[in-house]
Design a protein around this ligand. Structure first.
Ligand code: AMP
Length: 201
């Protein structure tokens, strides 16, 4: 979904999850600190997220707009983002809340398979590759994220309900939360997102 949005509106995709996974791969200081939390499905401490966001926002490509994905995940991060954006003279136009039941999400996440070579995403339940664990597009082997297993996902969902749902309430008070039904085909979800974005002033 993020890729569809950022391509359509020519804005930058800022996923703290992607940034952290890259840091883990490169064994940077941030990566080494974050990896245990991530593998268990726990949230990475707010101070680490603050540092990577400040660094990312200082880069030139952020000027034309951006889509945060998986951030802010706690009320502390949301308040921190407010003050960072204020200093930069920027503001959030909308918060897109993709609604889906935990049980449906469970299947989507545990069934997810990723091609690291071309980025194509599959799901063994509803978008299986023609040959098991092989990318239809480029023939590379498919992988599964370390935290896309049932145990980590249970922890991730608990973290979501405990720490991230309050973020929706926080932004709700500013009147910028836009609810989208994510339990439908991806093109339908994208249509709803486009309606939301089209309706922004
Ligand atoms: P994601 O790719 O967004 O599902 O994130 C994968 C994992 O990275 C999460 O389960 C957390 O461990 C960590 N993570 C990503 N973004 C954040 C964030 N904004 N705050 C805390 N932890 C995060």
């Amino acid at each position: 979904m993020s890729d569809l949005i950022t391509k359509q509106y020519d804005i930058v995709h800022v996923s703290t999850g992607d940034m952290l996974r890259e840091a883990v791969r490169n064994e940077t200081e941030v990566g080494l600190k974050a990896q245990d939390y991530m593998n268990k499905g726990l949230l990475v401490p707010d101070e680490i997220i603050h540092d990577i966001i400040v660094e990312r926002l200082s880069q030139d490509d952020m000027k034309n707009g951006f889509l945060f994905d998986g951030y802010p995940r706690t009320k502390v991060q949301a308040e921190d983002l407010d003050s960072i954006l204020k200093q930069l003279g920027k503001k959030l136009d909308a918060v897109i809340n993709l609604n889906i039941e935990d049980e449906v999400l469970f299947k989507r996440i545990t069934g997810r398979r990723i091609c690291k070579t071309c980025g194509e995403i599959y799901n063994i339940y509803n978008k299986a590759p023609k040959v098991e664990d092989v990318c239809d597009k480029c023939g590379a082997p498919l992988t599964q994220r370390k935290d896309d297993n049932a145990e980590s996902l249970k922890t991730r969902l608990e973290a979501y309900h405990q720490s991230t749902q309050p973020v929706i309430e926080y932004y709700g008070a500013f009147g910028i939360v836009k609810d989208v039904n994510a339990d439908q085909a991806i093109d339908k979800v994208f249509e709803e997102v486009q309606e939301v974005i089209g309706g922004l002033e």
